[in-house]
Design a protein. Structure first.
Length: 318
């Protein structure tokens, strides 16, 4: 490797390191009221968690504008440069692929004994629905609708939730896939970029995970499990960003994950089976075979090549 290239790659790490320091620092700062107060039970939880999702974008904008001196909208993939048809296609593809991965994660967990379906009686969904209706003083029968129809309508709710979640999810995606992944791709190539960005994204969740969020049975191991999840899902979101021409397909994919992971776990579940997210669903080791296969397929298909003239970053030759 020639000296000019070595110098270029060395200097390229500086913005990445500064970005990570800002994103991590801001995440811990906005979550500090939870650590000093009642943790996840704090009335400030929703506010803190939403503000935390904005910290990667804040860090990305600061570093792009004041450290790299690049145009923010183009460099971070906020301004789409693909055709409208391609953008819409990848938006839809992102939602469908994430739905499929979440469902396959449940299927894989069921095969490994860490999750149990009940599609015959919908017992898990029935228990949830009864608890919600009991709180309002009504019953399933009073709704005048078959249970299975109410169950089917939950998929509409998940789709709507996916779209609504796209806005806060973009607060993360502009940072992780808009800023971090393309720069790592230039510096170290595809596989290391997937692994490094996945672990960085996973560890960024520490202020909430260590309080018991997502993995209440063991927050310490939960943080490690979160890194596996973010590496696998991060590869999908990076593909959507790179080939979709902007961060918006990745943002919708991220929003879909947030809407579908918990909802699908409940509406397909057997009420008599206790699910531990550390082992079952796409979040636990029961879903890891699906994530591993996904990463392998994406790497084999060279899915992380950016579209021509994407952003202002040089394209890695790897």
């Amino acid at each position: 490797m020639s000296e000019p290239v070595q110098q270029s790659r060395s200097s390229g790490w500086r913005p990445v390191i500064i970005y990570c320091l800002i994103a991590y620092g801001l995440a811990w700062l906005v979550c500090m009221p939870l650590w000093l107060g009642d943790g996840l039970a704090s009335p400030l939880f929703t506010v803190c968690s939403v503000l935390m999702m904005l910290t990667p974008t804040i860090a990305a904008v600061i570093v792009t504008k004041f450290v790299e001196h690049r145009p923010v909208l183009v460099s971070l993939g906020i301004k789409p440069h693909a055709s409208a048809g391609r953008t819409i296609g990848f938006l839809l593809l992102g939602m469908v692929v994430i739905f499929l991965v979440v469902l396959l994660g449940l299927a894989s967990s069921a095969l490994l004994g860490t999750y149990q379906f009940d599609l015959a009686n919908l017992s898990g969904f029935r228990v949830l629905l009864d608890s919600q209706l009991d709180a309002g003083g009504t019953s399933v029968e009073s709704l005048g609708m078959p249970l299975r129809l109410i169950w089917a309508l939950q998929f509409v709710n998940v789709i709507v939730g996916s779209v609504l979640n796209t806005i806060p999810a973009a607060g993360e995606e502009i940072g992780w896939r808009g800023f971090l992944f393309p720069r790592l791709l230039v510096l170290v190539g595809p596989l290391p970029s997937v692994l490094i960005s996945g672990v960085i994204w996973g560890l960024w969740h520490a202020p909430l995970i260590l309080l018991g969020y997502n993995y209440p049975s063991n927050p310490g191991l939960g943080l490690a499990a979160m890194c596996v999840l973010t590496t696998g899902v991060g590869a999908i979101l990076a593909w959507l960003r790179q080939r979709g021409g902007s961060v918006w397909p990745a943002a919708l994919g991220h929003g879909t994950l947030n809407a579908a992971a918990g909802s699908f776990m409940i509406i397909f579940a057997d009420a008599d089976f206790t699910v531990d997210t550390l082992s079952g669903t796409i979040m636990g080791w029961g879903g890891w075979p699906v994530l591993a296969l996904t990463v392998i397929v994406l790497l084999a298909c060279k899915a992380f090549r950016p579209l021509p003239q994407q952003g202002v970053l040089p394209v890695s030759g790897r």
